[in-house]
Write a protein of this length. Structure first.
Length: 622
């Protein structure tokens, strides 16, 4: 089946064509005066076309044999964790085998977009493509995953290992010392294979990711967990932490972990760390209080899975690469007796197998045995086990609360990724592991809104260019409806909004009166003053009907003039801006609120994202 679908969000060329300015009165100001004012304010005049969008069209081959495909969407970013910058540009219904063509209008700074297959259960599968690329196929990555699963099954038949040593954990030592936060760790223990057997458990010659998927995975990681930012709020928003951090085994494949990314900035911690795991059954904690559950988790045997230094030395710094993996071994359900009197290897104890039964919960811990005592300790994905370490030594400098997690989960194309904070800057991207098989999906569902665009106007052609005299947002809220919102008014003239024929927002209602204001005061343009609720209206606009026909036009009745979007070569008296733009405060020129604005308008390379970098003290905070 081959069908073509064109989904236009906002298109500037159509915008201008649909602005019927001859229908409205227009001021007779001499445009030379405008240019003089523009040069006075900005120190230059502009010849830009003021376009903040990239127009394009892409054909998507729905060739991923995945169950329940219902839609194809175009997104600006991978949406994991409710990423607020991941917005929907266009969509259409589709199923396996379809070929669909979608048009899009992307923010100009987005050079890469994401075709997304949406399933009936709300889960999704992404494939990145460059703006201007004509075709997208999902087949390559789907086939790669299937081949890998077959290889794992063949490689792991009839193999067992024997535990040979155990260690006292730092948590147990500190518990016995009575240190703050280290309660109930007296039964904690850590087990490992011999060094030789650890090498046998390692899988080498693993198929690397495709180049495209590496780029997509990097986007997933760093859009969810930006470098050098406090990403804990995003992790908590995702919900995959503390009691929800445990993966569930599916019993169909061995559980294998792969180190796929390490950050050189965390090399000291990475080079002196191990990844460890523990497991339990839901029935083991049935009827327990939360406090009893936490005490139980502390007593569970912890097993060493990956010596990070041994693997990370094969992984280039700050690259995405899949070279080798490690099996997680199922050691049975009986507690393993402690084997140590010191940290030296002792006699063998028990056999294990790669075949994890279905329904087990697996938790993860990183044990850092750094040369500095202040950087030693166990770090857990379940933040409720971090009470001690979060306030210990150098780790306390991160400002974590007692129950904050040290690891985070994310999902990219039904692969689970464990993202770890081994230091103290809270960005959680120091080390990333893929859990490549043997566990249930996180079932992350699509949580992205339709794209929103802001319209910012000066109420007079000889303006101060604070761009807040009228601020309007347009955002699609369903396949057939667009929501308009009047957000601010920094003008004292009598103003009306044309080209939106809504019940509240229409050409007959004055802008100040929309907010219930008597007189002509400032609305949402002065910080620390009264904040007015936005005025909302909804217009019926189907996907195959261009909403740009409702592009706002501001009529200034006081001056008997009309303000339409700026055309090429004009001053920026009215511009459209992608995303949830923060408009400048009253009488703050846009060039001072956004320091790259002038460079962008002059065509300086690398400044297309000027509108996402405000000077915080000079924009209105809602």
């Amino acid at each position: 089946m081959n069908k073509s679908f064109f989904a236009w969000i906002l298109s500037l060329p159509v915008f201008f064509a649909c602005s019927n300015i001859e229908d409205y009165p227009f001021d007779e100001v001499i445009y030379g005066d405008v240019y003089e004012n523009e040069e006075k304010v900005f120190g230059t005049t502009f010849s830009t076309d003021w376009n903040t969008l990239n127009s394009g069209e892409v054909t998507v081959y729905v060739d991923a044999d995945l169950e329940g495909i219902q839609k194809v969407l175009i997104l600006t970013l991978p949406p994991f964790g409710g990423n607020k910058d991941a917005v929907i540009l266009s969509e259409t219904e589709a199923q396996y085998g379809d070929v669909v063509t979608l048009a899009y209008e992307a923010p100009i700074h987005c050079s890469r977009l994401y075709a997304t297959l949406l399933m009936a259960d709300g889960t999704y599968y992404i494939k990145g493509f460059n703006v201007g690329q004509q075709n997208v196929s999902f087949q390559e990555d789907v086939d790669e995953a299937a081949n890998a699963r077959r290889a794992w099954k063949k490689a792991t038949e009839d193999i067992t290992y024997t535990l040979q040593r155990s260690f006292m954990t730092y948590s147990k030592e500190r518990c016995l010392q009575g240190l703050y936060g280290y309660d109930d760790w007296e039964n904690d223990s850590l087990y490992a294979l011999s060094d030789d057997d650890e090498k046998i458990a390692e899988i080498v010659g693993v198929s690397d990711y495709s180049a495209d998927f590496k780029e997509d995975l990097r986007a997933c990681i760093f859009s969810f967990l930006p470098e050098k930012e406090d990403n804990l709020p995003s992790i908590k928003k995702s919900g995959y932490y503390n009691d929800a951090c445990y993966l569930t085994t599916n019993g169909k494949e061995p559980v294998i972990v792969y180190l796929v990314h390490r950050n050189d900035g965390a090399s000291n911690e990475v080079g002196t760390s191990h990844l460890n795991y523990y497991y339990y059954k839901e029935s083991d904690i049935e009827g327990m209080t939360e406090a009893e559950q936490i005490r139980y988790f502390k007593s569970l045997p912890k097993y060493k899975a990956v010596q990070m230094y041994r693997t990370s030395r094969y992984l280039p710094n700050d690259s995405i690469q899949k070279q080798r993996g490690y099996h997680l071994i199922y050691w049975g359900d009986e507690r393993v007796p402690e084997l140590y009197n010191s940290r030296k290897p002792t006699s063998t104890y028990t056999k294990g197998t790669y075949n994890f039964p279905a329904g087990y919960k697996i938790g993860f811990m990183v044990r850092c045995w750094h040369g500095l005592a202040s950087k030693r300790g166990e770090l857990y994905c379940d933040g409720r086990l971090n009470k001690g370490i979060n306030s210990y030594g150098d780790y306390a400098s991160s400002g974590f609360d007692d129950n904050d997690p040290r690891m985070a989960w994310m999902e990219c194309n039904r692969k689970q990724y464990l993202c770890i904070e081994t230091g103290a800057d809270r960005d959680y991207n120091d080390v990333v592991f893929e859990i490549g098989s043997g566990v249930e999906s996180l079932n992350d569902t699509l949580d992205a809104e339709y794209a929103g665009y802001m319209f910012c106007y000066e109420d007079t052609r000889l303006g101060d260019y604070d761009m807040n005299d009228v601020v309007i947002r347009a955002r699609r809220i369903s396949s057939r409806k667009v929501e308009y919102a009047v957000l601010a008014c920094g003008a004292s003239d009598e103003l009306y909004i044309q080209n939106i024929d809504g019940k509240r927002i229409n050409k007959n209602t004055e802008v100040h009166e929309l907010f219930g204001m008597k007189g002509r005061g400032f609305i949402n343009t002065v910080q620390n003053s009264k904040k007015y609720a936005y005025v909302l209206d909804t217009i019926d606009v189907a996907w195959d009907y261009s909403i740009v026909k409702n592009a706002p036009i501001v009529f200034n009745k006081t001056k008997n003039s009309l303000v339409t979007l700026s055309k090429e070569g004009q001053d920026p008296h009215a511009i459209m801006i992608p995303y949830d733009f923060k408009w400048p405060l009253e009488r703050v020129c846009i060039k001072d609120a956004y320091l790259n604005f002038v460079d962008w308008a002059k065509g300086v390379e690398g400044t297309d994202d000027w509108y996402v970098n405000p000077t915080d003290s000079k924009v209105f905070e809602r």
